[in-house]
Design a protein. Sequence first.
Length: 228
Amino acid sequence: MLLVGGAAAWALMPRNEAVEPHAEVQRPVLMLLTTLPLLFPEQFTLESSGSKALTALETRYRVVPIGTTDAASLKQGRLLLLAHPLAQPADALVDLDRWVRRGGRVLLLADPKLDWPSERSLGDKLRPPPSFADTGLLKHWGLALPPPAESGPQQRELAGRQIVTVSSGTLAGSSCPVASGGFVARCRIGRGEAVVVADADFLNVEKIDGPIDANLDALLTELAQLER
């Protein structure tokens, strides 16, 4: 009943409306764990990456980078963005699952075939993994993410918007409502919620060809729903 209720409530929320920025003093913490060059460029420098995705996030959140999903890191907030993260150790996955069940909210961008250009050589430990490094988390939440059926740019629906993705996947699940042709799953887990999106390339609006105006709006809308 929680699953149906959660999906129905989301469906009744306004679509295609711009997400308003928060005043700086009102911005909640958004923990961010990612292998993508959103916070910093690929070169060894402390300068900001200049990522448009990060700029959009910072209009509404105080972005706090974390390096793992262990309990100590997750104590910093109740909202988490996992944007194509590295595989987490088993104990950190247990901590993440427990954090969600106690009321945490997570948006997981799990890309089955990342097409994000990288200057780092194949095999470089700092290069984003070629696919979402799942070590059992999705299965534990009742989801599966097979390799994509096709490669290249595609239009998919997220948060009521048509966005451009690259080599996106199709989720299957028995425990979570799966929407938008398998592109997104919304899971009620204990007192918390996990939204899983089968692509991360859509954040790379600087490089994607096509109508990408809605990409970052869709990201902010999904996070705004999780704030509730």
